[in-house]
Write a protein that binds this ligand. Structure first.
Ligand code: GLA
Ligand code: GLA
Length: 655
């Protein structure tokens, strides 16, 4: 199934015509056609212009915009316009605005000014979505629906009385009785025993640390509450236009929303990605998030927003040097994107984003930016045949939001230095450097097809999840501080690794977090030395057939097992500076691609992408001969990749 009605790879961006006089629109669509733009995201923040007074719609201007787009071959990713409620709604119903953890109600004047649980906001949002869907159901420009915008960007949680009511209802559904809640939340600690649901409030600012089980349920609830809001709009759209795919733009690997459940609720996955050009390693972290996007539905996805050059919301907004916009766009395609879109089409004249780069910069068509736009449009047309193709990954990284939320709870952990994104990246980066494709997977997905499954951390691990990991038939690698608590953040009987104990053949006597800046030496059984930082453990071997692959050397843990292996299951009880020795053992059956540092190699079926992220030319030995789609030439042997240049090789035959 195609992602949208538009063939080839999508190209385009957010288009905000309401910020410009109509005379400008004609130039916009003419230039879009010139650049080969095929899709524009429209009306994301247009509620106050589409419904200037309650129930009085003004669709005329949007009619003309959509007609113009269609006449120039541009399809619409049409928004439901609910990312900012209009001032009249806020003034009539001040309670739609969110309240922060200190009890302060936020003011109008920005965007995402809504309480996720507000029935008033929801009712109006659904009404508007229905009106827009009805108006444009048959419009030939309509290709997909864009609900809301970047949920949880500004508003993830609200602490108002309405949210409290919603939270209590959510808890009642989860636990049934307040007794069950007391057990799950461990309210015998610090005297928090409840005798009725009406006594429960959201975790507002309290005198001291808040019950971590309450916080964990709050994180779950906040993700679910926004998802309910999204789903209400989605259902309204589906009722009117069942054949038009619905998406909402994700924000890469976002702590606040459980994207496994969100992706299941939408028709196609789309993402907004803003790697920092000032960070020379940002292409690795962004590759990881792209692989998550592809893995969410195990299908191609869309890069719905990225920056042509600088953004406007960092402390210092560094532009993209020549070639980087093209390279990063091709990188998204390499990782499964079927389209590359940008924020935004025409650079704004006013507002908080007037310094944010755009496909058409302030300086117009004379600029370097516009030349980049033309070049990328042409390149994406050359890659049309890549659209729809999949990626075969032999390695999976396990990611679970409940566990992430538990791990990064404030104020009650052995160390606040364990950050899940860093833990994922520590394993992902060396795989990425070897050109090995990686899927992300929730722990309860069928993992039997992978040759290697790596769970960098599963702090929270249920018995069912442990069973799923035990069913891995390839190699399993589990990182430290895993199997510690159950779904209620209660420590498993007998301590870590709880339900993973038989599988791993170890028990953890004590966690041994290291002070900032200090290290612990590790000696691998091959003789090589390594360093652990931030986190080590005091493990004890409990299985009969456990091999010790590395031991701690020196210090209080001298001689204790650091890395163990039980059958196909490897346990790494520390955070290693370099996980290469572990990977070398488990990757034997996984094909790698030999590329110099800074060159990325990624396959999409029979297309091999080679991307030079460095500022110098790089020699690459092609693993197969093939035709480079970007230059339409046959390549074989060793090639030279210019700085920030790329090759997309179509490989013939079955390789
Ligand atoms: C204080 C408190 C105790 C406990 C300990 C933990 O002493 O009185 O209840 O929280 O800190 O260190
Ligand atoms: C996000 C939003 C856009 C815009 C960009 C700017 O992705 O969705 O509306 O604000 O950031 O980087």
């Amino acid at each position: 199934m195609r992602l949208t009605r538009v063939p080839g790879l999508l190209f385009g961006g957010d288009y905000n015509p309401e910020q410009w006089p109509e005379e400008v629109w004609a130039e916009d669509v003419r230039l879009m056609a010139e650049a080969g733009v095929t899709m524009a995201t429209v009306a994301v923040f247009s509620w106050s212009r589409l419904e200037p007074a309650p129930g009085a719609y003004d669709f005329g201007w949007l009619d003309r915009v959509l007609d113009l787009l269609h006449e120039h071959g541009v399809s619409a990713d049409l928004a439901t316009a609910t990312a900012t409620p209009p001032p009249w709604l806020v003034r009539r119903h001040p309670e739609v605005m969110p309240v922060d953890a200190q009890g302060v109600r936020l003011e109008f004047g920005s965007r995402q000014g809504y309480c996720p649980s507000s029935p008033i906001f929801r009712e109006h949002a659904v009404r508007l979505a229905t009106a827009i869907a009805t108006r444009y159901a048959e419009h030939p420009a309509l290709a997909m629906w864009h609900v809301g915008n970047e949920y949880a960007d500004h508003t993830l949680e609200c602490f108002c009385p309405e949210s409290a009511r919603h939270f209590r209802a959510w808890l009642q559904t989860r636990y049934g009785t307040v007794g069950a809640l007391n057990t799950a939340w461990g309210t015998s600690c610090w005297g928090q025993h409840y005798t009725g649901f009406e006594q429960i409030e959201p975790p507002r600012k309290a005198p001291g640390p808040v019950n971590p089980a309450q916080l964990l349920d709050w994180r779950r609830f906040c993700s679910d509450a926004l998802l309910e809001l999204f789903t209400a709009e989605r259902d309204a759209l589906r009722q009117v236009t069942p054949a038009v795919p619905v998406t909402t733009n994700f924000m890469s690997i976002l702590h606040g929303l459980d994207y496994w459940s969100w992706a299941a609720a939408e028709d196609l996955v789309s993402d907004d990605a803003y790697p920092d050009p000032a960070d020379p390693e940002s292409h690795v972290a962004v590759a990881l998030s792209y692989d998550l996007m592809r893995s969410l539905k195990q299908r191609p996805w869309l890069l719905l927003e990225s920056a042509p050059s600088a953004v406007s919301w960092r402390e210092v907004n560094v532009p993209k040097p020549p070639g980087m916009m093209r390279l990063h766009s091709l990188q998204a395609v390499a990782h499964g994107a079927d389209g590359v879109m940008f924020f935004q089409w025409r650079q704004a004249k006013y507002g908080p984003e007037k310094f944010h780069s755009a496909l058409l910069p302030h300086g117009g068509t004379e600029t370097r930016g516009w030349q980049d736009t033309l070049r990328l449009g042409a390149d994406l047309r050359r890659l049309a045949e890549v659209a729809g193709t999949g990626t075969r990954a032999e390695v999976a990284l396990v990611l679970d939001w409940d566990s992430w939320w538990g791990l990064e709870a404030p104020e009650s952990m052995p160390s606040n230095r364990l950050k899940l994104k860093d833990l994922l990246l520590a394993w992902y980066a060396p795989l990425h450097a070897r050109g090995i494709s990686v899927d992300l997977a929730p722990p309860d997905r069928d993992l039997s097809a992978y040759r290697v499954v790596i769970a960098p951390n599963l702090y929270l691990c249920t018995a069912e999840q442990a069973k799923s990991l035990a069913s891995v038939t390839g190699e399993l690698v589990v990182g430290p501080f895993s199997g510690v608590v159950d779904e209620s953040d209660q420590v498993h009987d007998g301590g870590a690794p709880g339900p993973l104990r038989d599988l791993l053949g170890v028990a953890i006597d004590e966690f041994w977090p290291l002070p900032d800046g200090s290290t612990q030496r590790v000696r691998h059984d091959g003789g090589d030395a390594g360093l652990a930082r931030t986190w080590v453990e005091w493990p004890r071997v409990v299985g009969d057939a456990v091999e010790v692959l590395a031991r701690y050397e020196g210090g209080d843990l001298d001689g204790l097992p650091a890395i163990t292996r039980n059958g196909n299951a490897t346990y790494v009880s520390c955070l290693l500076d370099d996980v290469t020795p572990v990977l070398d053992r488990v990757l034997h059956a996984v094909p790698a691609i030999d590329v110099p540092p800074g060159v990325e190699a990624t396959r999409r079926e029979n297309h091999l992408f080679l991307l030079n992220h460095t500022g110098t030319p790089q020699q690459v030995a092609l693993p197969h001969p093939g035709r480079d789609l970007l230059t339409d030439t046959d390549l074989r042997g060793v090639i030279s990749l210019a700085p920030r240049d790329a090759v997309v090789l179509r490989i013939e035959g079955d390789t």
